[in-house]
Design a protein around this ligand. Structure first.
Ligand code: KIV
Ligand code: ZN
Length: 392
């Protein structure tokens, strides 16, 4: 459990090392996983899902090592809703002073009939038994209804109620295949909050995949309906199109705190950029340049109109400062769309004053070059300045 239990506190449950790692081309070594876990702890994440202990000896050992090393964040291990899994997870985690067991079973009709080949009542009984088994080891038990986004709502309500009665302290509602729309997913959470009689005895969590690019929107909508735990991965890693990106959801919560009626996380926002870089490097997963918050273009301005605005007042085109997420300043790209104001500002930064050049002449040369080349760099500008002078 986390220490701050105020109604506005959103628990950040990171699954980079479980859902994220399972989708990497190359698996991570124990040392690499430990390095990521410690960085996530420094970032202020509340719960770290360190792996799936029954899946391999290596995963077991990694979960055990991380469980021993964490000081503040709660280590967690995944287990299917079968007794052997729960015991294995508990054995990996028990070295920690406090730990969470996360057990799950699929509840959508498609998964129940075609994958598990059982009745829904059997699945419900398996979920309940797994939660009870997990509670023998810890009082921090999370239960997930896999494919909740496509589960008939009456079945979902029944399963959630039964899991809480069996002792689950967190009930997680995954949109496993990233299928729902924000209003639809928000409606699922609202129905659970209204219809499940014991819902106030557990934290409602969401775990949204990004197959239609809606993982962050779905997670935020769920918060507005009463969810208080978000499951996410650094840089949006995870199965297929990934999970809800940690950096996006926590930044949105902070930036739009008033809109979200005071919700907050324990994240140290200034550590976001460096944690993103570390995860990207260790996982060999480059961050796309246009990725919100952590992409190299996230604080870059290319159009002349935008550059002019930013040079006069950054807030015209920046909704948050790069420094607030640990990025060192914005970038103004010199392109054929850049105006004279921008070129003058760049030359000033390079130490030139207006007496060093003729702006009309220099700007004409600059446009010619930018049209051919695309982005123009400081050294290009200095070369243009040099040739302008030589030809004078
Ligand atoms: O996407 C999913 O449903 C999961 C569960 C194991 C929580 O990853
Ligand atoms: Zn998942």
């Amino acid at each position: 459990m986390i220490d701050d239990i105020s109604a506005e506190r959103v628990v950040i449950f990171d699954t980079t090392l479980r859902d994220g790692e399972q989708a990497l081309a190359q698996s991570l070594s124990m040392q690499q996983k430990l390095q990521i876990a410690l960085a996530l702890e420094d970032l202020g994440v509340d719960v770290i899902e360190a792996g799936f202990p029954i899946s391999s000896a290596g995963d077991f050992e990694s979960v055990q090592t991380i469980a021993r090393a964490l000081r503040r964040a709660v280590p967690c291990g995944l287990a299917r809703a079968v007794p052997g899994d729960v015991t294995r997870a508990a054995e990996a985690l028990k070295a920690a002073e406090r730990f969470r067991i996360h057990t799950f079973i699929a509840t959508s009709t498609l998964h129940v009939e075609k994958k598990l080949r059982r009745s829904f009542d059997d699945v419900l009984a398996m979920g309940v038994a797994a939660v009870k088994e997990a509670r023998k080891w810890t009082d921090d038990v999370e239960f997930s209804c896999e494919d909740a986004g496509r589960t008939p709502i009456d079945n979902l309500c029944r399963m959630v109620e039964a899991a809480i009665d069996a002792g689950a302290t967190t009930v997680n509602i995954p949109d496993t295949v990233g299928y729902t729309f924000p209003t639809e997913f928000g409606g699922i959470i609202r129905t659970l909050m209204n219809r499940v009689p014991n819902i106030d005895r557990a934290v409602v969590s969401v775990h949204c995949h990004n197959d239609l690019g809606m993982a962050t929107a779905n997670s935020l909508t769920a918060l507005q309906e009463g969810a208080r735990q978000i499951e996410c991965c650094m840089n949006g890693l995870g199965e297929r199109a990934g999970n809800c990106a940690l950096e996006e959801v926590v930044t949105a919560i902070r930036l739009r705190q008033a809109w979200l009626k005071g919700l907050k996380t324990g994240i140290v926002h200034e550590r976001i950029a460096r944690t993103s870089m570390l995860v990207s490097k260790i996982c060999h997963e480059p961050v796309p340049s246009h990725k919100p918050i952590v992409g190299s273009n996230a604080f870059a301005h290319s159009s002349g109109i935008h550059q002019d605005g930013v040079l006069k007042n950054r807030e015209t085109y920046e909704i948050l400062t790069p420094e607030s997420v640990g990025v060192h300043g914005n970038v103004l790209h010199m392109t054929a769309r850049s105006g004279r104001h921008m070129i003058k500002a760049c030359l000033e930064k390079l130490g030139y004053t207006e007496s060093d050049y003729n702006m009309n002449d220099l700007y004409a040369r600059f446009l010619k070059l930018a049209d051919k080349k695309g982005q123009v760099y400081d050294y290009d500008l200095e070369a243009l300045l040099f040739f302008t002078k030589v030809e004078e």
